[in-house]
Structure formats: structure tokens, C-alpha cells
Design a protein around this ligand. Structure first.
Ligand code: PLP
Length: 410
């Protein structure tokens, strides 16, 4: 029933405020998206009432016949969508998927080689402020200082010297192709496992606009809520031979009850991602990001890191405008354009001189190329005239016009 919003107006009003914020903002946070009505609806179903501990056919509590079906549908669809020999769709988040993989493949103290945060890596890949850096011994690879792209010869040298037990490829802010085969060759040479975290690009892999790491890596982790456009959650794909140890690492080693309402939503999202429309969506996400990169490349005082993008996101070096990444993101948000500050590959220390932009959400809102170009132009104007109040006001109005023209209809 829908009575709850009168019974609990405090929460209802906050939810409404968030819905209106989402409607009125041009959302360029690269990790966000708009899940479908079906994906959202099943999350508020009765599935949330059921305790499902364990795997289909081997549960702690009775009454899991329907739940078993949902789990099997979700697992099979994940395998089909990505051509994986094995899938585990239970991890509650990307972080928990990574945690389970480390538990499955590593002992505490084992060595990791992963991408540095400056180059765009994620903090769950061994950073000191995360469990992964506290339990395991991590070293990081960066990018070539000139091209800002991965330097495989350098990674190979590092791997030979460091002897990691696992090499992690995959990023949160890297706009160029990652050569999975090259990583495979390096891992094989030093006798390491190859793990790919495809959280950001999973939807582009599913939509077949980027090469899949699944046939190449030993194990692939992902979130399901970014470009893949499913519910907030995680998953693990792997070679069949690792299935039992990964299952065990998820339950009982790092999780108990499954979020069945989320598993069902993942199943729906996997099916959606198999439709031809999803492929068109994925193509459009990349085209929109490339269009934005082209316009911003021509914008004074703004530099597109690596010179462009092949995926859904791009990072801008904004230092020549005199703004920090945080100030740039603040100014943009003040006119209704949501981005986030980002580390730049060659920066030292923690001050961020970059911002990251992504196109998954505006593409889900069907922004046309003309609208995407206008957004890029508006961004350039804000960054170059951050204190021109009159112009900022005009830009705010343009943002309102665009969000009204391309409403959230999903
Ligand atoms: N891995 C990568 C590459 C990510 O970008 C993220 C999210 O930002 C995660 C893992 C963590 O996902 P979650 O926020 O679901 O824990």
C-alpha cells in the first residue's frame, strides 16, 4: 500500500526531494544511472521479507523454493549475458565482490599489483585506507607520463620485480581501452592470477561496445548499478574451476543473508541488457562521451586527460582555470551540473586538479547530440568564468530548460 508516505512524512518528503533533485540536475557522475521501473519495483517486493542464507538447494531456513528459482534465473542470466562459465550474483556491492575474490584467492599478507588511484584505480584495490591494503600487501602501477595511458612494459617490469599473487586490472576513472590480453600475458609470465574489476564498464561490455575481459581473466568483479543500469549491487564472474572457492568466499566467509529483492532486480537488469535497445544505449553512451570530449578538447584552459575517451567517461584537468577539482565541481553543481573531483595521473599528493564526467545518465534520459554538445559548452563556460554571476544564472536557466526537455521517463 501507499499509505506509508502519510504515516512517515519525514522519510517520504526526503525521497520526494531526491526525486526532484534527480529530475532537475544534469547528472554527469560517471558511476550513476537510472534503473528501470521494473528494476526499482521488484526491490520493494515481498522478497525483502525472506531470509535466504546459503545457496539454492542448501539453505539454513525452509521456504526457499521460489527464492531458489530467482537465484538460478539471476545466475544463469549473468552467465549468458557475459558468456561466463560461472557467476555469483550475491555480493551486496562492488566492494563486497572484491573482498570475496581476495578471500577466495589470497592469504593475508599476499601481494597485489593494481592500478594507482591517481591513474584511476579504485581504493578497494589495495589502498591503505581500505581493508584490501590492510590485509594484503599492495603495489601500484601508474600510467605513462606523456600519454597518460597504461604502460604495459612498465607494468611487466613491476610485476617481475614484485611477484604479486594477483594482478588487478580495471578502473573507476580511465577513459582508454585496457588490453586484457596484455595483462593476461603479464600475469602468466609471473604466475599471478588476473582479476578484472569491470564495475564501470560492465554495461559497455554487455552492450558489446568494449572488449570483454570475461574470456581472458581468471575472475571478473563488477557492480550492477553503473553502466549496466541494474540495482545497487555486486557480482563475480569466473572460470568454472574457481566456482566452489568463490561461492565459499561469498557465503559463509563474507556474507550471510542474501538481498533477494536485489538478486531479482539483477535478474531483470541482465534480461534488459540482452535486448537490442540496450546495445544501442551502450553505443550512444560512448558517442555522447566522445562528443563531449571533442568539445571540451577545444575549450580554453581545459585539458581532456589522455586526449579523449573510448568509454562512458572522461577526466578534465582544470588546473589552468585556477580552480581545484573540488571548486570546479562545486561551481558546476551550483548551476545544476553534477560531476565529481578527480585525481590526475601526474599529480602528487591528494589535491585533485581534475573532474570526471560521465554520460550514462544523460543517455538514459535520451539527451540528443545537440543537447550533449550544449552541456559540454556550458561546462566550458562555467570553468572559464566561475565568478560571472550573470552568466552563471543564464547557465542555470539553460540547465533547467534541458532537464525539462529531457525528463526522467524510466
Ligand atoms: N570497483 C570499482 C572499479 C568502482 O568504481 C567501484 C565504485 O565506485 C567499486 C568497485 C565499489 O562498488 P560499491 O560502491 O558498490 O562498493
Amino acid at each position: 500500500n501507499n499509505e506509508w508516505h502519510t504515516q512517515d512524512p519525514a522519510v517520504w518528503q526526503a525521497v520526494q526531494a531526491e526525486a526532484s533533485r534527480q529530475a532537475n540536475v544534469i547528472e554527469l557522475i560517471a558511476s550513476e544511472n537510472i534503473a528501470s521501473q521494473a528494476v526499482r519495483a521488484v526491490q520493494s517486493s515481498v522478497l525483502t521479507n525472506k531470509y535466504a542464507v546459503g545457496y539454492p538447494g542448501a539453505r539454513i531456513y525452509p521456504g526457499n523454493e521460489a527464492i531458489d528459482r530467482i537465484d538460478e534465473i539471476a545466475r544463469t542470466r549473468a552467465q549468458d549475458l557475459f558468456g561466463a562459465e560461472y557467476a555469483n550474483v550475491f555480493p551486496h556491492s562492488g566492494t563486497q565482490a572484491n573482498q570475496a575474490v581476495y578471500a577466495a584467492f589470497l592469504q593475508p599478507g599476499d601481494r597485489i599489483l593494481a592500478m594507482s588511484e591517481h591513474a584511476g584505480g579504485h581504493f578497494t584495490h589495495g589502498q591503505a585506507h581500505n581493508f584490501s591494503g590492510q590485509l594484503y600487501d599492495a603495489q601500484f602501477y601508474g600510467v605513462d607520463p606523456t600519454t597518460e595511458r597504461l604502460d604495459y612494459a612498465q607494468i611487466e617490469r613491476q610485476a617481475r620485480a614484485w611477484h604479486p599473487r594477483i594482478i588487478i586490472a580495471g578502473a573507476s576513472a580511465y577513459s582508454q581501452l585496457i588490453d586484457w590480453e596484455r595483462f593476461r600475458a603479464i600475469a602468466d609470465e609471473v604466475g599471478a592470477y588476473l582479476m578484472v574489476d569491470m564495475a564501470h564498464i560492465a554495461g559497455l561490455v554487455a552492450g558489446q561496445v568494449l572488449p570483454s575481459p570475461v574470456p581472458v581473466a581468471d575472475v571478473v568483479t563488477s557492480t550492477t548499478h553503473k553502466t549496466l543500469r541494474g540495482p545497487r549491487g555486486g557480482m563475480i564472474l569466473a572460470k568454472r574451476q574457481y566456482g566452489a572457492q568463490i561461492d565459499q568466499a561469498v557465503f559463509p566467509r563474507s556474507q550471510s543473508g542474501t538481498l533477494e529483492q536485489i538478486v531479482a532486480a539483477k535478474a531483470i537488469a541482465y534480461r534488459e541488457a540482452q535486448q537490442p535497445e540496450f546495445r544501442q544505449y551502450a553505443e550512444q553512451v560512448v558517442q555522447n562521451a566522445q562528443l563531449m570530449a571533442r568539445i571540451l578538447h577545444e575549450t580554453p584552459n581545459v585539458r581532456v586527460v589522455t586526449g579523449g575517451t573510448v568509454n562512458h567517461e572522461l577526466t578534465l584537468d582544470v588546473r589552468a582555470t585556477g580552480l581545484t577539482g573540488a571548486a570546479a565541481a562545486d561551481r558546476l553543481y551550483s548551476v545544476g551540473i553534477a560531476t565529481n573531483q578527480e585525481l590526475l595521473p601526474l599529480e602528487t599528493g591528494r589535491t585533485m586538479g581534475g573532474i570526471r564526467l560521465g554520460t550514462p545518465t544523460i543517455t538514459s534520459r535520451n539527451f540528443t547530440p545537440a543537447a550533449v554538445s550544449e552541456v559540454a559548452t556550458l561546462i566550458g563556460q562555467v570553468l572559464n568564468h566561475p565568478s560571472d554571476l550573470e552568466q552563471l544564472d543564464q547557465i542555470r536557466q539553460a540547465v533547467q530548460r534541458l532537464t525539462a526537455q529531457f525528463p526522467v521517463t524510466r
